[in-house]
Design a protein around this ligand. Structure first.
Ligand code: PLP
Ligand code: COI
Length: 341
């Protein structure tokens, strides 16, 4: 299989139309067989549930080329199970978890020429999603849905790759207490768009959201969880019912404890503690690990001791070990690396 002729090393985190996508439709209480198709457009009734009441949810994972030329992805079973949780909370039908993983395999295989080569710094981003497709005008769940998976080759989420970023404490919330912050609903991202546009306009890379009820605990950003390292080398990551359970974060907790012998604390993190951490980063599929150099709280700067030039040494080890496992250079725990071909 010949790879596409792309400038792999200089891709940003952007959408590019690839050759194939996976589509399955839900009607009369059941999912059809699903298929790989070439048409990248979706035509829907003007009153489709997704347009009126935002019934949509999605997932994100990546496929990698390993050094020995295999194509793999990372813990797709956890994306399948998180999508199940999203669907249940949004009154959408669950796409069976085993079929979700098979569909990921099919669409990546079909687009193998788009999977960036080993060592290029790029990966194939896989975006499974579900939308309500039939007309609804009264506020209620739709009866018909479409599950799709698109793939697109991507580079780093933040320009500058591993350079530390500057974030600000947001005055807007991305999620409500007892709301939908813990699932991957499209509406959560709509909620965050004004805050991110405003943050960018003011020169910040991202927003740090605090807990919406008391504004005293750290939650997450619009698209990634936080990790912190204490001065004595502990790995600390916020716990809350309104943040998305990041698969990267859950994996890093294991990497820290089992591979790097770091004590791990998954607990509520007070914003007032942040100034005492030695290193700080964002983690997620798109972000991988992005180091944070500075956090600005209404004009008051918290400068993270690891600085604005590069990742701190613990973050670097976490990054190298995680990406080493994902790319097949380091043996991962059983079931983490899922070989597609
Ligand atoms: N938090 C939010 C709000 C996200 O959108 C994402 C991205 O998926 C994450 C965290 C990171 O989750 P994961 O590591 O599963 O990609
Ligand atoms: C991901 O990391 O996969 C996400 O969905 C985050 C998104 C904001 C790009």
């Amino acid at each position: 299989m010949e790879k596409k002729n792309l400038d792999w090393a200089n891709l940003g985190f952007n959408y590019m139309t690839t050759d194939y996508r996976y589509v399955s439709n839900y009607k009369d209480g059941k999912w059809d067989d699903g298929a790989i198709v070439t048409d990248s457009t979706v035509t829907l009734n003007e009153c489709a549930g997704v347009f009126q009441y935002s019934q949509s949810c999605f997932e994100g994972l990546k496929a990698y080329t390993t050094e020995d030329g295999h194509i793999v992805c990372f813990r797709p079973d956890l994306n399948a199970s998180r999508m199940k949780d999203s669907c249940e909370r949004l009154e959408m039908p669950v796409f069976p978890e085993d079929r979700f993983v098979e569909a990921v395999e099919q669409v990546v295989k079909a687009n193998a020429a788009w999977v960036p080569p080993f060592g290029s710094g790029a990966t194939l981003y896989i975006r499974p999603y579900m939308i309500a497709t039939n007309a609804v005008i009264g506020v209620k769940p739709a009866d018909e849905y479409q599950f799709r998976i698109l793939v697109t080759p991507v580079g780093p989420y933040f320009k500058g790759g591993a350079k530390p970023i500057t974030i600000r404490v947001s005055d807007f919330d991305r999620a409500a207490p007892h709301g939908t912050g813990h699932i991957k609903a499209g509406l959560n991202y709509a909620m965050s768009l004004h805050a991110i546009v405003d943050a960018h306009a003011k020169g910040f890379d991202e927003n740090m959201y605090l807990d919406p009820a008391t504004r005293t605990y750290v939650e997450e950003t619009g698209g990634a969880n936080f990790i912190f390292i204490t001065k004595d080398g502990k790995f600390v990551t916020p716990k809350s019912d309104s943040i998305l359970p990041s698969i990267t974060r859950r994996s890093l907790m294991v990497v820290a404890e089992k591979y790097l012998n770091m004590p791990v604390e998954h607990r509520q993190v007070k914003f007032s503690e942040v100034k005492d951490f030695e290193e700080c980063g964002l983690c997620g599929t798109a972000a991988v690990i992005s180091p944070i150099g500075k956090i600005v709280d209404h004009g008051e700067e918290i400068c993270i001791p690891s600085g604005m030039e590069e990742m701190g040494p613990y973050t670097r080890k976490l990054y190298d070990t995680l990406t080493g496992i994902q790319m097949g250079e380091i043996e991962g725990p059983e079931g983490w690396v899922h070989t597609i071909m």
